[in-house]
Ligand binder design. Structure first.
Ligand SMILES: Cc1cc2nc3c(=O)[nH]c(=O)nc-3n(C[C@H](O)[C@H](O)[C@H](O)COP(=O)(O)O)c2cc1C
Length: 382
């Protein structure tokens, strides 16, 4: 399948692995790129040395284009982006910050830069300072989606920018990819779907939960990591959101932020003083992140069901199996092409070939109805 994104990035299919902390590791990145998509390395949990090592590992595992991300609000992210530039990574994806300096440096060696945005203002600004494409994340996405849903956000941003758009949030199959293209995007990024694959390092406990849970089983709140964040609705997630940054959690943030100091290679007291000096708001945000990082790490790596919290998109409700990365990509493209062909028929009143039966083993079967959890705090704290 060819779109402006495949042309621009030199890939076969317009499918991107989102940069997910602890999930988008070198093996996953290479699996997606080798299957014809674009894998993006998550550098959130890595320091500069680890980022360089991971990039070099990816280069050994694939000769296809790949990317790295940098969530600029996270401590150490600018240093990681700098390493990606030094290593001449083909695609750099940044979010939560201004990446004009990344654009300038990447263009010097022919690299492409994709900004993750969730609103018009940031989309236009990124285009103005030279970004090659946008990754636009709707409300239904895992972690930090915008306020508007993918269905409204993509066309509204496509109306105001000329650069190619990758839609993210709520896409798990060919219907989602076809819909994203119809809405004005040029490709689709998948987080939650690709996280539940054979190659994914996500702990089996949470792979099983991903299959079990429905589209209603996520919670979106600013009380988990200080930003609007969507996570799987579990007892641990509700507790984390209820407690937010109360006194107990503030105290817990002290040892948890040592991981961040380690990542920055800073003596802990220096980080502590530096953060306090940067103002109360920054100190609070770092405390949130220190706790959230720990909760996500123990969910993804250890499968901890009592204190672990996992970012998950609503699209978890469409996931019914644990295929390989290549299977996901191959069937997503095949389904999207079927949907595109079937639409004309559908619009003329004929039954569509891609209407969503479960007979095709490559097509997601509907989840069985299950008991609903009582009175979940869905969207409540938004
Ligand atoms: C476990 C997990 C970790 C994530 N970590 C990050 C991260 O570190 N930085 C980031 O920008 N987005 C992160 N995301 C969000 C994804 O990059 C992406 O925007 C989202 O998964 C897309 O929506 P979808 O899950 O509906 O496909 C994470 C998502 C998941 C599921």
């Amino acid at each position: 399948m060819r779109t402006r994104i495949t042309e621009m990035l030199g890939i076969e299919h317009p499918i991107v692995l989102s940069g997910m902390s602890w999930i988008s590791v070198p093996q996953m990145v290479a699996a997606v790129s080798n299957a014809g998509g674009l894998g993006i390395l998550a550098t959130g949990p890595l320091d500069a040395d680890q980022t360089r090592k991971a990039i070099r590992e990816i280069k050994k595992l694939t000769n296809k284009p790949f990317g790295t991300n940098a969530t600029l609000l996270f401590p150490g992210a600018s240093e990681n982006a700098q390493v990606a530039l030094e290593e001449k990574v083909p695609v750099i994806n940044f979010s939560l910050g201004k990446g004009d300096w990344i654009v300038k440096a990447a263009h010097e060696y022919g690299g492409k830069v994709i900004a993750t945005v969730v609103n018009h203002k940031h989309a236009k600004r990124a285009q103005d300072y030279g970004c090659d494409g946008l990754l636009v994340t709707g409300h239904e996405a895992a972690a930090h989606g915008g306020d508007a849903t993918t269905f409204c956000l993509i066309p509204s941003i496509a109306n105001v920018v000329d650069i190619p758009i990758i839609a993210a949030g709520g896409i798990a199959d060919g219907r989602g990819l076809a819909a994203a293209l119809a809405l004005g995007a040029d490709g689709a990024a998948m987080g939650t779907r690709l996280m539940t694959t054979k190659e994914s390092p996500l702990h089996q406990n949470y792979k099983n939960l991903s299959i079990e849970k429905g589209i209603d089983d996520t919670v979106y709140s600013t009380r988990f990591d200080g930003l609007g964040c969507r996570v799987l609705d579990t007892k641990a997630a509700r507790k984390a959101i209820r407690e937010s940054l109360n006194l107990k959690k503030m105290i817990e943030a002290l040892p948890n932020s040592m991981d961040i100091a380690r990542q920055l290679h800073l003596p802990y007291f220096k980080l502590f003083i530096g953060v306090l000096a940067s103002g109360w708001k920054n100190a609070m945000q770092l405390a949130y992140m220190a706790n959230a990082f720990k909760a996500i790490r123990i969910a993804t790596e250890d499968g901890d069901m009592t204190k672990g919290v996992l970012p998950v998109g609503q699209v978890t409700g469409l996931i019914t199996d644990i295929p390989t990365v290549a299977e996901v990509i191959e069937r997503t493209v095949r389904e999207a092409e079927e949907v595109a062909r079937g639409l004309a028929k559908k619009a003329s009143g004929e039954k569509s070939v891609a209407a969503g039966t479960a007979k095709d083993p490559g097509k997601s079967a509907p989840k069985q109805p299950r008991k609903k959890a009582a009175a979940a705090p869905k969207e409540a704290e938004k």
